[in-house]
Design a protein around this ligand. Structure first.
Ligand SMILES: O=C(O)c1ccccc1NCC(=O)[C@H](O)[C@H](O)COP(=O)(O)O
Length: 262
């Protein structure tokens, strides 16, 4: 049986559209884009930085909660999220590019396109539908593809969040010019979460020269955030614990704590 990531790549390959009309439509949308928010500046904020995720379903949880993406994103913004992540994958996360557009129109903080990006057309889509940054996963790309997608994202003004699961992958990412590195605590084969991965890798990745390190997945408590902050983590990507909460505004406030920590 194909692994989860192999199935994802099969789906993405079928979804990607390269026809001229579609590319022209994306380029038109990019020309018309009015708002742009700087992801890297948002990461320089001195308080706890949380990228809050709109995630209606996932392979590990199944259906989490059916929400209106714009409403959930507005709650996140008002509670103090520095950016909003939007899952755009339909097959495994029940998301869409329309969700991304809806969130972009609703908030005034940077928006991340969270998907399995393997082709330049998906980068164009991210920009056209309002993303200010996008996720690139080292594990599903060859080093050459990673380098090309980082460069192409930057040409469009998008500084990518480059996701790694090991020090070796972090070295590949940094060698190809990545500045924002995400450590995913969720093993994408077993889907199990272990935040010790961030504790092990974050200080080493910072030492290798990463400007920003983001801890991704499995974050549920303020205590975890305080603990991980001690390991040189700059920001946190949080989805499930916010989506599961009956009161995502209060939950995000609780995770954020108060004040500036330099
Ligand atoms: O969330 C999943 O089940 C999942 C499974 C396979 C690949 C990726 C997956 N999640 C993507 C993410 O990276 C998370 O949505 C993000 O880090 C937030 O994690 P969490 O707070 O644990 O929802």
């Amino acid at each position: 049986m194909a692994s989860f990531l192999e199935r994802v790549i099969q789906v993405k390959r079928k979804e990607i559209r390269e026809d001229r009309d579609y590319i022209a439509e994306l380029e038109r949308l990019i020309q018309e884009r009015a708002k742009f928010f700087d992801f890297v500046s948002a990461l320089k904020n001195c308080r706890t930085k949380i990228i809050a995720e709109v995630k209606k379903a996932s392979p590990s949880m199944g259906r989490i909660r059916e929400v209106k993406p714009s409403q959930q994103a507005k709650l996140y913004e008002s509670a103090g999220a520095v950016a909003i992540s939007v899952l755009t994958d339909r097959e495994f996360f029940n998301g869409s590019l329309e969700d991304l557009r809806e969130v972009r129109e609703a908030v005034s903080v940077p928006v991340l396109r969270k998907d399995f990006i393997i082709h330049k057309v998906q980068v164009l889509e991210a920009k056209a539908y309002g993303a200010d940054t996008l996720l690139l996963i080292v594990r599903i790309l060859s080093p050459r593809e990673l380098g090309e997608l980082i460069s192409f994202s930057r040409e469009l003004g998008l500084e990518p969040l480059v996701e790694v699961f090991s020090l070796e992958e972090a070295k590949v990412a940094l060698d190809h010019g990545a500045t924002v590195i995400g450590i995913n605590n969720r093993d994408l084969d077993t889907l199990k979460v272990d935040i010790n991965l961030t504790k092990e890798l974050a200080p080493k990745i910072k030492e290798l020269g990463a400007k920003f390190v983001i801890a991704e997945s499995g974050i549920e408590t303020r205590e975890q955030i305080e603990e991980l902050t001690g390991y040189n983590v700059d920001a946190f990507l949080v989805g499930t614990s916010l989506m599961k909460s009956e009161d995502p505004y209060a939950k995000l406030k609780e995770l954020l704590g108060f004040g500036c920590r330099k």
